[in-house]
Design a protein around this ligand. Structure first.
Ligand SMILES: [Zn+2]
Length: 214
């Protein structure tokens, strides 16, 4: 009995532990997680070394942009990402997205030339501490600082219950700080179907949703 328990614990050390890590990734279940571990087991040593090195480098090389909160690879001492540094972008427009992947998708489509803010998530219904879930404080400070220059805020959030809830919360909060000059708040509502994930939007749907924002 004791012996088999020891064996089980030993097995826990690598395959099961790593599987547990992969299950923490978004949308990854235990079966898929185990498949990743088995895949790694079939790779040669150089693949595994490079893979682990890259993971170690992530925190060293990647920064969070001081303005939009996007992750970016720093190539100089600037605290701003490439988009926030670009003088040709229209800084009277601010698009709010839930996560980096959404921003990247909008950039890939390429017809938006304003600025961004990455919230870092969405608010579940009845969330008691919104400021712990999303970067609301940082967003409101940014809006206060730019009130006057900022003409429109586009809430580009997924159309699911969490997205709708976040949208209502943000609309209320933005109104409390945009006192100097009123900011138009729009959404990508029209053109998107319910449940749509911004991250997976195709170019045409996104272009229409941006053009027909309300
Ligand atoms: Zn930025």
């Amino acid at each position: 009995m004791t012996r088999s328990l020891v064996c089980y614990n030993m097995a826990m050390n690598s395959i099961d532990k790593l599987t547990e890590y992969f299950t923490k990734f978004p949308s990854i279940g235990p079966r898929q997680a185990k498949r990743f571990v088995h895949f790694l087991l079939t790779r040669n040593s150089s693949f595994l070394y490079e893979f682990t090195d890259l993971i170690k480098q992530l925190k060293k090389e990647i920064r969070v942009c001081e303005s939009c909160s996007k992750f970016y690879s720093a190539d100089d001492d600037s605290n701003l990402c490439r988009i926030c540094k670009n003088p040709n972008r229209d800084n009277s427009l601010l698009m709010i997205v839930a996560k980096d992947a959404d921003l990247e998708n909008v950039e890939r489509v390429g017809n938006y030339d304003g600025m961004y803010f990455v919230l870092g998530g969405l608010l579940p219904i009845l969330e008691k501490e919104p400021e712990k879930r999303i970067r609301i404080k940082k967003l409101l400070e940014l809006i206060k600082k730019r009130n006057g220059d900022l003409k429109e805020i586009i809430l580009a959030l997924s159309l699911n219950p969490e997205g709708e809830n976040t949208l209502d919360y943000l609309s209320q909060q933005i109104k409390t700080v945009s006192t100097k000059s009123p900011i138009k708040i729009t959404t990508l509502g029209r053109g998107l179907s319910t449940g749509t994930e911004l991250e997976y939007l195709d170019n045409n749907t996104f272009e229409n949703a941006l053009k027909n924002r309300v």
